[in-house]
Design a protein around this ligand. Structure first.
Ligand SMILES: Nc1ncnc2c1ncn2[C@@H]1O[C@H](COP(=O)(O)OP(=O)(O)OP(=O)(O)O)[C@@H](O)[C@H]1O
Length: 610
């Protein structure tokens, strides 16, 4: 704005008052017209930036959460702080990219307008200015070359420090029990110091660059007056032309020196682009790998068998009741040590299996492989979905896999469906996971979200962004449990009493306000609501007393859910039909390190003694 009005409003040196008044009116009129234009331009820029950021955030989150990329990044420590890249980097990328584009556009318009003026007054001045700014740009790029790396590191270190503080918040109770404040303080200070040291280096580099930038900016200021003044004294030009040339010179200098003046902002922007580029490459490679799933050495297959096959004699019936088959499965650690060798087994309906063995023998890794979270090894894991949509008692859910197409192929009995997950299988991890939200949301997780009934397009507010209004795929969701169902299931898992303390719709930090045993019972409540065909339980009752453990196992058995549990407790044997005992692999032996046995009182006793 200053740029536009500054040149128009100058005093006429011949004391022509009429001309002065005319210019004053022009000035005020442009001022009145210009203000809304400039304010609305900034508003439009910020709104566009916000919308762009919203779209990019939703796009990146989608890819981050797809194909379990978030899990791979975390478990293999592939890149640092993906959360910071999604929150801060995307925000500054969209904001800065638009601001730079606008600055570039303004500079181009400015350059075109003022080049004519300056070139008309004295062409060599224009050429000197061009040479000066090109030289200045080259020197500032040379002096500031380390700034991109320093900015990159600064982003990382700040994010590491913030993550350290988040971990203290998340693990407040454990830290308080350990009296670990001093250690935490040291660890956090170490992270902060690292950010501080890097920032100090960044400030020194910026200061050095500033010496040059300021010298560059002010050294040349005298040039236009020095060159043009002799022309005025010799009467070749009028007095106002000196002002005009100085002003035009400064404008063109600013336009040509965009890189010099904005170097620090540009280097910070480059660091953001580097971090986002790294993240984007990782997400793309994860997507490509999931497309070529057949390349994975541990092959997971999902098969659907049609109901008609169940009536084709007893053989077909046996086959139809199969839920899970593992063939020749060898599990390795990332460092290629063998955990489990050539495991083959099958789990049929109601054939509840207990997996046991010493700590570190690979039980959880086996469950991870079944869930598709562990890819080190080889072999086949096959899930069967009988498509028995109405075979289970209907508390509230219909769990037959909605993603599969029921296909009966008489030649092969089943067909590979190449999908990553099946709604017929549910996993309860060792550590109960409580989502952020209400008690109702805890219970509905992960099958339903707490959104209201299906939204039609007309329900979506006109100004909302469609990509932020995501709901779960309606067709694939079983019927949502009612409030009565939720209360009933809490009673079933003996958690009814918490309703006197918390409302179903109250929000708390549930992992802090519920005991671990209560959280485990809540996880069973989720399971009962979802009613899968098969559940894999990883020490999911470890925090419970024996009476509650027995009660929960009876509940899921009565609900028709087949379960595979990992556990060490002797009491677990009575709830299972067979046991898989895994022992640590002997590096020098080629023998199998597992044993599969039906459970009877004697074997239960012997195995529990090992
Ligand atoms: N992400 C990983 N990277 C490297 N090694 C791992 C990883 N996860 C597990 N391991 C190793 O694999 C081995 C088996 O781990 P796993 O968690 O399957 O044991 P587990 O039998 O379930 O033990 P526990 O009974 O103590 O829970 C362990 O030695 C463990 O250190």
């Amino acid at each position: 704005m200053r740029m536009v009005f500054g040149v128009w409003f100058c005093f006429p040196e011949d004391k022509d008052q009429e001309q002065f008044t005319k210019q004053l009116v022009y000035y005020l009129a442009s001022f009145a017209g210009g203000i809304p234009v400039f304010v609305l331009r900034d508003y439009a820029k910020d709104t566009l930036s916000l919308r762009w950021r919203s779209w990019m955030t939703s796009y990146y989150m989608d890819r981050y959460l797809k194909n379990r990329t978030f899990y791979k990044i975390q478990s293999q420590s592939i890149i640092d702080n993906p959360d910071q890249r999604i929150v801060d980097d995307l925000s500054s990328f969209t904001g800065t990219a638009l601001a730079f584009s606008l600055t570039l556009f303004n500079a181009t318009v400015d350059l075109i307008s003022f080049s004519n003026i300056l070139y008309g007054i004295y062409p060599p001045l224009f050429l000197v200015l061009l040479a000066y700014s090109l030289g200045g740009t080259a020197i500032s790029v040379f002096l500031g070359r380390g700034l991109v790396t320093l900015n990159f590191l600064q982003e990382k270190k700040e994010a590491d420090f913030r993550y350290g503080l988040v971990r203290v918040r998340e693990n407040a109770e454990s830290i308080a029990f350990y009296d670990g404040e001093e250690n935490e303080m040291q660890l956090l200070l170490q992270r902060f110091r690292s950010a501080f040291d890097n920032l100090s280096k960044l400030l020194i580099s910026s200061r050095n660059l500033d010496f040059f930038t300021n010298g560059y900016r002010y050294l040349i200021q005298i040039l236009p007056a020095a060159v043009v003044a002799p022309m005025y004294f010799s009467g070749k030009i009028e007095f106002g032309v000196i002002n005009q040339s100085v002003s035009a010179f400064n404008h063109i200098l600013g336009d040509f020196s965009l890189i010099v003046y904005q170097f620090q902002a540009i280097s910070a922007f480059s660091a953001v682009i580097d971090r986002l580029g790294e993240f984007d490459d990782l997400l793309t490679s994860s997507e490509t790998r999931s497309v070529s799933e057949s390349m994975e050495e541990i092959c997971r297959e999902f098969c659907t068998i049609n109901d008609p096959s169940m009536s084709n004699g007893s053989g077909a019936l046996t086959r139809a009741s199969k839920l899970l088959m593992i063939e020749q499965l060898t599990l390795l650690t990332p460092s290629k040590a063998t955990l489990i060798r050539d495991l083959s087994l099958e789990v049929c309906e109601k054939d509840h299996l207990l997996i046991t063995g010493p700590s570190g023998s690979g039980k959880t890794s086996l469950l991870r492989a079944i869930a598709g979270l562990w890819s080190f090894g080889r072999g086949t894991i096959r899930f069967y979905d009988k498509n028995t949509r109405d075979a289970l008692p209907s508390l509230s859910a219909d769990v037959a896999s909605p993603e599969t197409t029921s296909v009966y192929d008489p030649k092969h009995e089943y067909r590979k469906l190449n999908k990553r997950n099946s709604r017929g299988v549910f996993f309860l991890p060792q550590k109960p996971y409580m989502v952020l939200g209400t008690l109702r949301q805890q219970l509905l997780y992960p099958t339903w979200s707490n959104d209201p009934a299906p939204m039609s397009d007309s329900d979506i507010p006109a100004d909302s962004l469609s990509f932020l209004m995501r709901t779960k795929d309606m067709d694939s969701r079983p019927t949502k449990p009612t409030t009565e169902d939720l209360v009933q299931v809490l009673e079933d898992v003996r958690l009814g009493y918490i309703l006197s303390r918390f409302d179903l719709d109250s929000t708390y930090e549930w992992s802090s306000v519920l005991s671990v045993g209560e959280q485990q019972r809540l996880a069973f409540a989720r399971l009962l609501l979802s009613r899968p065909n098969l559940v894999l339980l990883d020490e999911s009752t470890s925090a419970l007393d024996e009476a509650n453990e027995a009660h929960l196992y009876k509940l899921i058995e009565a609900a028709g859910i087949t379960y595979v549990s990992i556990g060490h407790r002797r009491t677990l044997f009575e709830h299972h039909r067979s046991v898989l005992y895994i022992s640590p692999v002997e590096p020098t032996s080629a023998l199998l390190n597992w044993r599969f046995e039906p459970i009877n009182n004697e074997s239960a006793y012997n195995l529990s003694k090992q």
